[in-house]
Structures are given as structure tokens and as C-alpha cells.
Design a protein around this ligand. Structure first.
Ligand code: KG4
Ligand code: ZN
Length: 340
């Protein structure tokens, strides 16, 4: 406890961000330190799991100490340790988990394992005091594209998910073939502003009628085929038009399915989460569609959309309040289902 407030430490290491945050009570973030490995993985065009694990190991102590110092506390003040236990890269998850377990054991603190997507959704609680379950969540990141019915703080039902690429993965792959660099999402977002989204008509994939699942690999392949044909014919390619057309196709499907899910469930609140939630076109189109359909849209600020310890602390706090805790046998599960 610190100044009468319950202190939760949140630890995130499921992919390429090492992050530790300190949360006071339910939503006061005292610190949220994020060590990004983007520069390390950029040369490979994507995250290399083995390298990510090694960097978590070397980054952890510094990030942990900075988080404590930034919050003006010591480990003694911490009441709860929350850590991502899945899904994610198994070696990367294990680094955060081993650190969390060591701290829980040494400091005699309770430990709570957090599902990474539950963490992304919980980022919304940090910024929006009025947001309470039940509501719908749209999680769009490099590894996930899910529409989830959040029935309670610890009760989740997946209504739709991607059957192939995640939205962010498709952005990153298209950016790579356009020679834009890594990570591609923000670069496509920026370039698309200079292009005409109607110049090239890329395929929108809706799957079966009424399905809330996604499929982005067909749209991605459409971009590859378009570029190859242009090359064979020796014709110029306008990269900005390709970026704008691809982004428009992906965003249109996501927006339509999110609104369809709200109509089907009768939910009137939609919370956005995950790295792709930073996409300006998605924010704009979803904002427009939601206000037309009478749905309140919640979009956390970009720093809380990307992987961070704050969102894990927020989710861990809710789980602990609900009477859930784990022991030191807590293990990493790279494909942990969200209904934990
Ligand atoms: O949530 P996140 O930080 O990590 C995962 O859990 O995957 O999401 C990273 C993903 C990357 O694929 C990145 O390209 C994408 O989010 N992203 C964006 C934007 N900013 C980040 N995609 C589209 N537009 C953006 N502005
Ligand atoms: Zn994530």
C-alpha cells in the first residue's frame, strides 16, 4: 500500500516490448515504462523470437527499477504482481513470468496471470471511468483480431476472430512488399493520407453471411498480385494509392463487422484495443459508423493501445478483486484461450 492505495505491478513481455507499470487502485498509473525492441528487429523485417527473449532478459532489471523509481515506491509497497502468461511468444512470455514469480516469491506478494488480450481490453478502464461491463471490445493488433463480448470483468466471449492473418500482421506484410519498412502499420497509415483509396479496388472478405470472423490474407494476396502484374507489364506503381486502397479494404470490413456485432448483441458501448487501434482511418470510420448507430466508442490513447505493463496491471487488479490468484506453478501458454 502507498498513501492508502492498493498497488499493482503489471509486467508485460509477450512479444517485443519489455514493460513494467505501477498502478494505484483501479486506474491511477504511477508509472508505465516500456522498452521497445523495434530497432533491434527492424533489420529482420519482423520480430525474431529468440532475440526478443534475450532482450527481455537484459532489459528487465532496468525497466523494473525505472518503474519503481518513477512511481516513488519500493517492492515493499507493492500489493499484487500481475504478469502476462499468454498468448504470445513462449520464450518471451517465460522471461516476464520468471521475473514476476521471483519477485512474488522474494517479496511474498500474491501473483495473478493475465491473458494478453484481456490486458488490451482493460487499458480502456484506465482512461474511461464510466466504462463498465457489459460492452463489446474490438481488439486489433499485430497478433490478434477479435470481436469480444465483455460480459463481466473476468467473463469474456469471443464472437469473431481472424481465420488467418491478424490485421496488424497484414499491414506489416503489405508494408514490406511496398518497401516501407517495419513496423508497417504506422507507415501505411501515413502514406495512405497521400493516396486515393478508390484508385485500386482491393478485395473485401466478409466470409459467410452473418459471420463475425475475419480473413485478411486474401486482401493481402490481392496487393501482391496487383504489384506483380504491374511489374510484369513494366507499369509504374503509385505506392500511396496501394496503401490507401489496402487500408480502406481492411478498415471497411472491420468497421462493418464491429457494428454488426453491436447490433446483434444489443451492446451500446464499443471499446477499441491493440496497436492497430492507433490507425487514423480506422478511428475515423469507426467513429462515424458508431455515432450513426448510436454506439459510444472508446479509444485509449496510443501509448495504452500498444503493448504495455499498465494494461496488464489493470486486468490483474480486476482479477484479484474477483478473488482470482495464481501460485508459483503459473506457466506460459502461447495459445491461451481468452475464456480463462
Ligand atoms: O498491440 P501491438 O503493439 O502488439 C501486438 O500485440 O501485436 O500491435 C502492433 C501492431 C503492428 O502490426 C503495427 O504495424 C500495428 O500494430 N500498428 C498499426 C498502426 N500503429 C501500429 N497498424 C495500422 N495503423 C497504425 N497507425
Ligand atoms: Zn498486444
Amino acid at each position: 500500500m502507498k498513501d492508502g492505495k492498493f498497488i499493482t505491478m503489471g509486467i508485460e513481455s509477450s512479444c517485443d516490448e519489455t514493460s513494467v507499470a505501477i498502478l494505484a487502485d483501479e486506474r491511477e498509473l504511477l508509472s508505465n515504462v516500456i522498452a521497445s525492441q523495434i530497432a533491434v528487429h527492424r533489420v529482420y523485417g519482423g520480430v525474431v523470437p529468440e532475440i526478443a527473449s534475450r532482450h527481455h532478459l537484459t532489459n528487465f532489471n532496468r525497466v523494473y527499477q525505472e518503474a519503481l523509481d518513477g512511481a516513488g515506491i519500493t517492492l515493499d509497497d507493492v500489493d499484487l504482481i500481475g504478469v502476462t502468461c499468454g498468448p504470445g511468444l513462449v520464450g518471451a512470455l517465460l522471461m516476464g513470468l520468471a521475473s514476476a514469480k521471483a519477485l512474488a516469491f522474494a517479496g511474498k506478494k500474491p501473483l495473478v496471470g493475465v491473458h494478453h488480450i484481456q490486458g488490451h481490453i482493460s487499458a480502456n478502464y484506465l482512461e474511461y471511468p464510466d466504462l463498465k461491463p457489459p460492452f463489446l471490445a474490438l481488439v486489433v493488433s499485430g497478433g490478434h483480431t477479435h470481436i469480444i463480448d465483455v460480459k463481466g470483468y473476468t467473463e469474456y466471449e469471443v464472437l469473431g476472430r481472424t481465420r488467418d492473418d491478424a490485421a496488424g500482421e497484414a499491414f506489416d506484410k503489405v508494408a514490406r512488399v511496398l518497401g516501407l519498412g517495419y513496423p508497417g502499420g504506422p507507415l501505411i497509415d501515413k502514406l495512405a493520407k497521400e493516396g486515393n483509396p478508390e484508385a485500386v479496388d482491393f478485395k473485401r472478405v466478409y466470409l459467410e453471411k452473418d459471420s463475425l470472423d475475419f480473413s485478411f490474407s486474401g486482401t493481402k494476396t490481392g496487393v501482391l498480385n496487383y504489384l506483380n502484374q504491374k511489374k510484369l507489364k513494366g507499369e509504374e506503381v503509385c505506392a500511396a494509392d496501394v496503401a490507401a486502397g489496402f487500408q480502406a479494404a481492411v478498415v471497411e470490413v472491420i468497421v462493418k463487422k464491429a457494428v454488426m456485432a453491436a447490433e446483434r448483441t444489443g451492446r451500446k458501448q464499443l471499446a477499441l484495443a491493440g496497436g492497430v487501434a492507433a490507425n487514423s482511418c480506422l478511428r475515423e470510420q469507426l467513429g462515424r459508423a458508431c455515432s450513426k448507430a448510436g454506439i459510444a466508442l472508446y479509444c485509449p490513447s496510443p501509448i495504452l493501445c500498444t503493448d504495455n505493463g499498465g494494461m496488464i496491471a489493470a486486468a490483474a487488479y480486476r482479477r484479484f478483486q474477483a478473488g482470482i490468484a495464481d501460485d508459483l506453478y503459473l506457466d506460459a501458454d502461447p495459445s491461451l484461450p481468452i475464456e480463462i
